[in-house]
Every structure is written in C-alpha cells, then in structure tokens.
Design a protein. Structure first.
Length: 596
C-alpha cells in the first residue's frame, strides 16, 4: 500500500472518529459543509441539525433549542445521556477534549479569538484541559536518547524519571547537567507528531472544503483562519522554535534584574526535546496569599505586567500564553517566565493604535476611542459612524460602572470585540490576539493580587508610547521613510509624464477597466438563463403533447404516450417550483443571518 493510500485511510478513519464524538456530544452541526457530514453515525431527524449555520463558530451566538433537539440519544453511552442538557458551549469543550491534543490546542487558540466566536464559548474554551495518562519513563527515555544521540547517563549528571508536569504533547522532567546546573527537560510524547499531522491535515482540508461549498465559510474566511491556527500549532511542535523564542526574550531582558528567562541548552535541544535552565520558585497558580507564602504578590504582579508591556511596546513580540502557571515567584525576588511555544508579534502601527484606544477608554472619550478603533479596522462602506460612536459611548459607560470588578478590562475588551462583529469591522488578527492576551493578563494579575488595576498600570506605558511617536525623532524617522518611498517616484516622474503626454497626443492613450469579484453575478445570471430556457422548453412540451392528446383521431397508443409525458412534465414543473421556493428560503435565511 502506498503512502498516499495509507494517509487517506488514516484520514477517513479519523473522520469517523470525529463524527462519532460530535454526534455523542450533540454538536454535529459543527461539521456542516464538510466531508465529515457523510460519516454521521445515524439519521438526523431535523433539518436544522445539518443545515443551520454553525453560529457557535461564526460568532453570532447560540441556538440552544435548534439543532440540538434533533439528535436521538437512544444509542449513546450513559455519559452522553447524562450530559445532554448541558449548555452547548460546554458540550463543544467536551468534544474537543475527547478528540485529542490537536483539537484541544485548536480550542485554546480559538479562546483568544473573540472576534470569531461568542464570548461565552471563548470563556468555556479557556477551561480546556489535557486528560491523558503519563507515558512510562522507558518510552520517553527512548525518544530523548534517539533525539540527542546518547544515553541519559551520558547526557545528564542526574535525571529524575518522575515527570514534574505532564500534558497531551509533552512531559517535563527535572535533571542536572554535568556542570551542576539544574535544568528542566521537555520531551515530546511518542506518536504526537503523527497523530497531530493527521488532525491538522483534516482541519486544513475541511476548512478549504467548507469555503468552496458554503457561503458562510467564504464570508468568515474559514480557510485563512484555520491556516493561521495550524501554522501556530505546527510551530508549537518544534522545540527548536520554542528555544529560539526563549533566547530572544532572554537577550532582550538580559539587563533587567527583576525578571528571569531561562537559558536554552542548545547542545541538549532538538525538535522533540528542549533542555533549559530550571526555574526555581512558586508558580503564580499556587500563590494563595502573601501572608502564607511570604511573597510580595503586589511587587510580583507589577514586575510581571511591566515586563509584558515592555515586550509589547518595545519588542513588538510577546509571550502569548499568559496564565498564572507560567509565572514564578523566585526566592531571590525575580519573576521567572516559562513556556514559550506560543508567542505573538504586533506591528508598530497596530500596537500604537491599541494603546491609543486604551488611553481613550481611561479618559472616557468615545470620539477618540471610535477613531482609534477605525484606524486599525477595515470598515464596510455602509458603516454608520454615528451609531458606532453611540455604541462606543455605551461600552465606556459599562467600563466606568464596573471598574471595581476583577474582570473590568476583560469585559470591556469583550464588549469592544462584540461591537466590531456587530458593525462588521474587520480587525487584524494580531490586534485581536493582543487585546485578548491583555484581558487574560488582567485575570492573571487579579488572581495573584486582587486589587491590581491593569489598565491604570498601562497608562504610563501608553502615554510614553504616544509621546515617543509624536516626538522630533519619530517625525524625523517618518520624514526620512517618506522621502525614501517617493524619491524614485520623483526621479521617474518626468520621463513617465513625457511618455504619457506623447501617447495621448498621438491618440494611443487607452484606459483599461478590470472588474473584480463578478464571478458570483455571472453564475447567478447563468442560473437564471438556464432555468428560463428550461421553463420555456417545458412549456413547449406541455402545449405540444396537450394538443396531441386532445386529437381523438390519433391512435390510442400515441395518446397514452402523450398523457404519460404530460404527467412527467407536470412532475418536473413541480420539482422546478420547489427548487425555486427552496432557493428563496435559503436566501432569506442567509440575509437574516447577515443582518444579525
């Protein structure tokens, strides 16, 4: 059997597994428009189950009584029957957890894209956990030795075979180098790459399939979104990529004695094994109170948040997975950072726009906030700016009223992202990821230090950034950049202008117009023309054979044939009318969904 056939066989086997899990969790409508539909474990008893757009993915809310009521549960396992009344977003989380590491990671990344999915679903996806048993040390040792080209005893002075952390992709161990330094060793589980390759291949294939077959897939740019997510997931599987991220952060903050980024040990690092300095300390997720641990949690949060803002503003490159377990309070007072598989970048212009927006929120200025939002979003030509500004004023009032809440900033950012969906503003993905990361960072800060105000802490950074962009050095840099851009144009302008004037005077000046995005209009016109031609032909048949059947002088067998053809023509006419009505209903539903 060829590799292509083996790969295809694995894919179709996986399709059946995915369909089975989605069916049991009663979220099978997620597969709408994909090839997974053909693997439904049983009949669907309501049209909504396979026809309704998967609004939980597109970001337009949930329909708790629609598609979900369509599934029979007689053959489901007991767990599924017991959970059938759980909220839809909870069942989606359960389905992703059952489907394995690729889908867990997919859900975790989607939880940061609140411009794409409903906030309730995003909040639920942040709870995704990897429920997997620990792989025995003998198997993990085999991978480590194969990757690093030597025995564990040769590579390390000592190695604790009991993992200090375990997840679906890797297990982490504590070891000691021959020079006495303690290190953490992350070893990838056996078979992870093969399993995730199949799942990621399915995600990409089905995303492009959905775009080709459904209008909502094209409207939501499902293929582009999934391609970006898969690229991030593949990068997380490469520990050399994580080591490079770690080295970059370490170099950027080498002069800062308040933070610690562990050094990667390159000689003991490969695509599937990462060895780095061990971070000694208490993770933020275990800090109950400063009285019990003796740790100054206020200072820890201030140092950690300060480091994050410097990453965003100065580097444009930041740790994109901020949670309390990734921050350590070290014995010497420093704050240690771990887990650099997921990082994000933000351009200079976009980071400035985000901080201008935050300043507008702090200053309670809806006009400036609206302008800051429009500066970084692609707006529809029909956008009503006055209505947008009114909605922005409401968002800012919600922030003022809930400013004392522990999740004030996170709720405000969620409202802003909901506002962009409502007004069909297309925000760049890097801005959405940054805004979501800041919301999560606020939650982490409040978890460790409940009285901490992240937005107020961001004010001096935002003001400094704005001043820097308005300073003389910034203007000089912008003028230099503009001169560089237009220098060639100014040099070529006289020659180009002379040629254009000469051709215009000789009657050779031509204007070419190339229309774009007219394919759907052409297809629609062709469909109308085909249906019209078919209807005319059908009418001609009906009239002709009605005339024939009315002639009593003709033989009986001719009249019987004419009657049969008339009946068939009537059936075809009914089918044609039904297809027209169905098309009208679909168009009505599509228009109503777009207006939401």
């Amino acid at each position: 059997m060829s590799k292509a056939q083996t790969r295809r066989g694995r894919r179709w086997h996986r399709y059946r597994e995915i369909a089975h899990v989605l069916w049991e969790e009663r979220v099978f409508s997620l597969s709408r428009g994909s090839e997974i539909e053909s693997h439904a474990p049983g009949p669907v008893t309501a049209d909504d189950a396979l026809v309704c757009p998967p609004d939980d993915v597109a970001g337009y809310g949930f329909d708790e009584a629609g598609a979900d009521s369509a599934f029979a549960v007689a053959d489901h396992p007991e767990e599924a029957i017991d959970e059938k009344h759980l909220p839809r977003q909870v069942r989606i989380r359960h389905a992703l957890e059952r489907l394995g590491p690729a889908f867990v990671k997919l859900g975790q990344i989607l939880s940061t894209r609140r411009d794409l999915i409903d906030p309730a679903l995003a909040a639920e996806l942040t709870k995704l956990q990897d429920h997997v048993p620990t792989v025995p040390w003998e198997e993990m040792a085999g991978i480590l030795e194969q990757e690093l080209g030597g025995s564990v005893e040769e590579l390390y002075e000592s190695f604790d075979s009991e993992p200090i952390a375990s997840a679906s992709i890797a297990q982490v161990y504590k070891a000691t180098l021959h020079d006495g330094r303690p290190v953490a060793v992350k070893v990838q589980r056996p078979g992870v790459i093969e399993v995730m390759d199949t799942d990621l291949d399915i995600l990409v294939t089905q995303a492009h399939f959905i775009v080709e077959r459904t209008s909502w897939g094209r409207d939501q740019n499902v293929a582009g979104i999934v391609d970006d997510i898969v690229r991030v997931l593949r990068a997380e599987l490469d520990y050399l990529h994580e080591a490079r991220n770690l080295a970059r952060f370490r170099e950027a903050f080498v002069e800062d004695h308040d933070v610690f980024f562990p050094e990667p040990i390159w000689d003991l690092t490969s695509r599937r094994v990462l060895t780095m300095e061990y971070v000694e300390g208490v993770p933020g997720s275990r800090l109950e109170s400063d009285r019990e641990t003796g740790i100054d949690t206020r200072r820890m949060v201030e140092v950690g948040v300060d480091c994050y803002f410097r990453q965003i503003l100065d580097l444009g490159f930041y740790h994109a997975d901020p949670h309390a377990g990734n921050l350590f309070a070290m014995p010497d007072g420093r704050v240690g950072f771990v887990d650099f598989g997921r990082v994000a970048a933000v351009s200079r212009s976009n980071r400035g726009a985000v901080f201008e927006l935050l300043l507008s929120v702090l200053d309670d200025d809806p006009l400036d906030a609206t302008e800051a939002l429009l500066a970084m979003a692609a707006a529809d030509p029909t956008l009503d700016v006055a209505v947008l500004q009114t909605d922005m004023r409401r968002v800012l009032s919600l922030y003022r009223e809930g400013q004392t809440r522990p999740d004030a900033l996170q709720r405000t950012l969620q409202e802003l992202l909901s506002l962009t969906r409502r007004h069909r503003l297309a925000l760049p993905g890097e801005i959405v990821v940054l805004m979501t990361a800041m919301g999560v960072l606020e939650g982490v800060a409040r978890q460790i230090e409940p009285t901490f105000d992240l937005l107020e802490a961001a004010r001096p950074f935002a003001e400094r950034y704005v001043v820097r962009t308005l300073g003389p050095q910034s203007w000089a840099r912008e003028i230099t950049r503009a001169f560089r851009r237009y220098r060639r144009l100014l040099g070529d302008l006289p020659v180009s202008l002379t040629r254009a004037l000469r051709r215009a005077s000789e009657g050779e000046f031509r204007l070419a117009v190339r229309p774009e995005h007219y394919e759907e209009l052409i297809r629609g016109l062709e469909e109308v023309a085909n249906r019209l031609a078919f209807a005319l032909l059908l009418s001609a048949f009906v009239l002709a054979f009605a005339y024939v059947s009315a002639q009593e002088s003709l033989p009986d067998w001719i009249q019987v044939i004419a009657a049969v053809i008339l009946v068939l023509a009537a059936l075809v006419a009914i089918i044609l009318l039904g297809s027209l009505l169905l098309a009208m209903v679909r168009r009505f539903r599509e228009n109503r969904r777009r207006r939401k």
